[in-house]
Design a protein. Structure first.
Length: 994
């Protein structure tokens, strides 16, 4: 069970202390898997258990510890949840000052666009201010809620609290106004607790006006049917009893007291107990003055309780002071840790660059946001003895210096002789950190850049940190400040940390430069392989296949012999493979082409390999690639399941090796304009062109290409793909014929856009549908993807039922005969939903076939009427090819207007054929950009329609009006006689027939 599933299981329970060990086990798993989110969520579960068990101190300690560790930006919602619990605990402990402090912290973390969150915070602050006896501020916060568009529940809470404050301050008129509004609202919400509380406020208002009888009636209404009251009602009961005593109704007061005495005595609220016993005492005293001696013990109990309450108040004050101290220490510690963390993060910024200059510049810019320095000097000594290829180093007597000042980095070369008397010489000699405060020790150390002593300039403090490889110094960093800030302990500690991180980076860059040649060699194979690479060891006659190549050849074991591999080759081509042996014996590179049998298919491949010869002249191994020949690659259409397998392999590798990938989908949209022989050559040519972008190009079943590119350098990838599109769309010649393609590219990235191999094809297809020539993945496309999934699920469920209910929207046409636009009643979708935009093609065709057959049946039952039926070009093409349009229905077809939603390459042929069947044809106005004016004027198209909510294009409307074409729109258009207007109503077949 995953961490997430286990957490959901725990949340679904009613947790108690018995579940504590399970939560701790889950926390342990979270630590092992570095899952911070659920680690903090477990802390919230533990805090809630402690609260439910009244273990308030344990709850507070757990919540505060989590709060001090959490990143309040990354885990904002969890951070706010922790604050909510801390505030609640402090309120329960009556430590309102601490509650106020954490509520104030919560304000800084709130999403100010979230009105509900902000209003809840206002309510919390109002309650805390009221308890701190700052009534004015409490009133302001409650009024802020009312002015901040609250929902009805929040508004009722604000109004009731506002009424209570007005009553406490004897503002009768204001209290009446807010109470009346609150009463109307709670009855509207059917909020039973709210109704009771309003009745209580009404009673207090009557008491304020000395109208005790009405107040008594209100209290009686509250307690009429309550026999065992909760903690929340005990205070109200005390006020009820006090009112009865005030009215001299001692017997009734006694009865009420006796009714609830058990709940009072079991309560942990000492204030409520004290008030009750005082009332109880008053009843006895005022009822019969002869029992004073008997009441002495009760008076003593009250005295004891009051003393205990005073003691608790003192403890609360002490706890508050202690809390303040702990918070102050925690804040200081958190600030120190945050500063160190920020310093650590600087190296990550530097690591984003692949050269020393840019790394040092970014390092310096970010470091000075943490540590106050004014200039820096980075020194790189000649390091030939540390080179992987020392023969390439030719500058043994030079020192490279980078000088950072005022956001700029300057590079200079110095000889070793010029280092004399400088801080660099001191650092090389000592090989350890140097800290100088020139105010305390004005040492005559020279500045390498100016040649003058630092004390003669603005420098007040200096820190020099050597950069070492093992025990040998290879460089250093010198930081200079015009104040004494660098001599402070925390600044020095942070500089040491930063220096060590920089040391690792510079050493890495140094070696990277020297092994670039090896990377280029590896890159050659990576760029040219699509199916994988192999190593061949002549001494053992064994071939070691890469995972990708083993998968391509469908071989279970990655280590095989040459004889095993030969069995995969088509028998007729094995003689070609045998010729490779001669090259192996001579130790020469070779290239060979032959056919192999893999996954039940015969594939034409190219094998290419070169020997690796060690310094002793012995051939250690051959490294080679197996690649589909371009023409073979392009002509083979990869089925979707094989592409999914391939993508799973790629993303598994990416996850294990922390790689990034870019997936580009290239669609060609006018291949049908060319005959099949030329079409195959075009596909092969396009495949060759795309292979220049990446060696991993796959021709898919839908005649698009998928390109897998390792890395996510978007500028370079965009440049390469756009230039490739330019090449394909500008025209080229094949077999003496000029070919001009309509092509688009859609791009997504791993892991930024998706982690899921199953989404790669779907998301790249959505990018292609956007219509832009080059389209990267965006949040809008993500929303469309989620919408697409939802619509496909809803329509899929409808198809399982095998039927669909048609909805008829009346149209105002100016004709006597009724006209209707066909919509659908699909569970989970609005009738006006444009489902064709979101459905997979196969689902769309099946649904539109079901809808069309349903329309034919229902139209025959309606003897009159014209029906506007929306349909995709893909479905029309399918209907024509598969005889879905039944023969002999021409009279019925004349009553149906086919509303084509989209354009397709064979569009003109489609409208000619459906016109022959008797249908009238309307097109969506978006299709106009794909067809000529001649086509519009030819009479093949009867009208144009727009979707609901689309605006009116006046120029187009004038043209349609001029040609006499009908126009289906949401509203009438002035001076346009042939406008068809949607009525807005929806009817069923039954409604129409009635």
């Amino acid at each position: 069970m995953s961490i997430r599933e286990k957490y959901k299981e725990l949340v679904a329970r009613s947790l108690a202390l018995a579940d504590f060990s399970e939560i701790m086990e889950l926390k342990s798993r979270c630590r092992q898997e570095m899952n911070q989110e659920y680690l903090y969520l477990c802390d919230i579960l533990i805090t809630d258990i402690y609260i439910n068990e009244n273990l308030w101190d344990d709850a507070l300690n757990t919540a505060l510890k989590a709060l001090n560790n959490i990143d309040n930006v990354v885990f904002q919602k969890i951070y706010i949840s922790l604050l909510d619990r801390i505030i609640y605990i402090f309120i329960h402990k009556r430590n309102y000052k601490s509650a106020y402090r954490y509520a104030f912290m919560k304000r800084n973390a709130l999403d100010l666009e979230n009105v509900d969150e902000v209003n809840r915070w206002y309510l919390e602050m109002a309650y805390i201010y009221a308890e701190l006896n700052q009534k004015d501020k409490a009133l302001l916060h409650l009024k802020a809620v009312l002015n901040n568009y609250p929902d009805d529940n929040t508004r009722s809470l604000a109004l009731s609290n506002l009424t209570k404050l007005y009553i406490d301050q004897a503002q009768v008129n204001e209290a009446k106004e807010t109470l009346n509004e609150c009463i109307s609202l709670v009855y509207k919400l059917e909020d039973e607790e709210g109704i009771v509380y309003c009745e209580y406020l009404n009673a207090k208002l009557h008491i304020l006006e000395k109208n005790y009888k009405l107040a008594r009636q209100s209290f009686q209404g509250i307690f009429k049917n309550i026999h065992a009251i909760s903690e929340n009602y005990l205070g109200i009961a005390n006020e009820y009893i006090a009112l009865l005593i005030e009215m001299d109704l001692y017997d009734e007061a006694f009865r009420v007291s006796q009714k609830y005495i058990k709940e009072i005595e079991s309560s942990e609220n000492l204030y409520v107990k004290k008030d009750f016993y005082k009332n109880y005492l008053k009843i006895y005293v005022l009822k019969n003055k002869n029992f004073r001696e008997d009441l002495r013990q009760l008076l003593q109990a009250i005295d004891v309780l009051e003393a205990e309450i005073e003691k608790i108040d003192e403890n609360i004050l002490s706890e508050s002071i202690e809390d303040d101290k702990n918070i102050e220490i925690a804040n200081k510690l958190k600030a120190t840790v945050a500063k160190i963390e920020k310093t650590l993060n600087i190296v990550n910024i530097a690591l984003l660059n692949d050269n020393i200059h840019d790394s040092l510049l970014e390092f310096s810019k970010n470091l000075e946001t943490v540590i106050d320095f004014d200039e820096a000097l980075y020194v790189m000594l000649a390091s030939g003895e540390f080179d992987v290829i020392p023969e390439l180093t030719d500058a043994y007597d030079q020192v490279v210096v980078y000088h950072y000042k005022k956001k700029r980095l300057y590079e200079r070369d110095y000889s070793y002789n010029e280092l004399e008397g400088t801080i660099v010489e001191m650092m090389i000699s000592s090989n350890h950190e140097i800290v100088i405060d020139f105010g305390e020790a004005p040492m005559p150390v020279k500045d390498l850049i100016t040649g003058a002593p630092y004390v003669e300039g603005n420098a007040r403090a200096l820190v020099a940190i050597p950069i070492n490889l093992e025990k040998d110094i290879i460089g250093g960093a010198v930081f200079v400040s015009y104040t004494s800030a660098l001599s402070e302990v925390d600044a020095l500690a942070n500089l040491k940390i930063a220096g060590k991180l920089l040391e690792r980076k510079l050493i890495t860059l140094h070696y990277e430069e020297n092994i670039r040649g090896r990377k280029q060699l590896t890159g050659f194979f990576q760029e040219n392989l699509s199916e994988g690479y192999f190593y061949y060891k002549p001494d053992s006659d064994k071939i070691i296949l890469s995972e990708k190549l083993a998968a391509f050849l469908d071989v279970g074991d990655r280590v095989i012999t040459r004889r095993d591999y030969q069995r995969l080759i088509v028998p007729e081509d094995r003689v070609i493979y045998d010729n490779v042996a001669g090259f192996l014996q001579e130790g020469e590179p070779y290239r060979s082409e032959y056919r192999v049998r893999a996954r039940g298919e015969t594939r034409l491949v190219m094998e290419k390999a070169v020997p690796y010869i060690a310094k002793d002249g012995v051939i250690r191994f051959y490294v080679g690639i197996i690649s589909l020949i371009a023409a073979e690659r392009a002509s083979y259409r990869y089925p979707e399941e094989k592409i999914h397998e391939l993508l799973e392999q790629v993303l598994r590798k990416a996850a294990s090796e922390d790689l990034k990938y870019t997936f580009a989908r290239v669609g060609i949209y006018n291949l049908d304009e060319y005959d099949y022989q030329l079409k195959d050559k075009i596909i092969a040519y396009v495949g060759d062109i795309l292979m220049q972008v990446s060696g991993s190009v796959y021709y898919l079943a839908d005649e698009s290409f998928l390109i897998i590119i390792e890395g996510d350098d978007q500028k370079e990838i965009e440049k390469a793909l756009k230039s490739t599109l330019d090449l394909l769309t500008s025209g080229f010649v094949i077999d003496e014929e000029v070919v001009t393609l309509v092509a688009r590219a859609g791009v997504i990235r791993y892991p930024k856009d998706t982690y899921n191999a199953a989404e790669v094809l779907v998301l790249t297809e959505l990018c292609l549908r956007e219509g832009d020539r080059y389209q990267t993945y965006t949040d809008e496309i993500r929303r469309k993807y989620l919408k697409k999934k939802a619509v496909n699920v809803c329509v899929g469920e409808q198809l399982k039922r095998g039927k669909v209910e048609l909805l008829y929207q009346p149209l105002k046409t100016g004709r006597e005969e009724p006209s209707y636009e066909i919509l659908y009643n699909i569970s989970g979708l609005k009738p006006e939903e444009e489902i064709w935009r979101h459905l997979d093609e196969s689902v769309l065709i099946m649904f539109e076939e079901l809808a069309f057959s349903t329309l034919l049946k229902e139209a025959e039952k309606l003897k009159e009427g014209t029906f506007y039926f929306h349909i995709s070009a893909e479905s029309v093409d399918y209907f024509l090819k598969n005889d879905v349009f039944p023969a002999g229905k021409k009279p019925l077809f004349r009553r149906i207007v086919i509303c084509l939603e989209n354009y397709a390459p064979q569009f003109l042929k489609l409208i000619d054929k459906i016109k022959e069947l008797g249908f009238r044809i309307n097109i969506h106005r978006g299709i106009l950009k794909h067809i000529s004016i001649e086509t519009l004027l030819s009479g093949a198209i009867d009208g144009v329609f727009c979707h609901r909510g689309e605006g009116v294009n006046n120029r187009l409307v004038m043209f349609f009006n001029y040609t006499g074409m009908e126009y289906l729109n949401d509203a009438p258009i002035a001076d346009y006689q042939n406008v068809i207007v949607r009525d807005g109503k929806l009817l069923t077949l039954k409604n129409i027939r009635e």
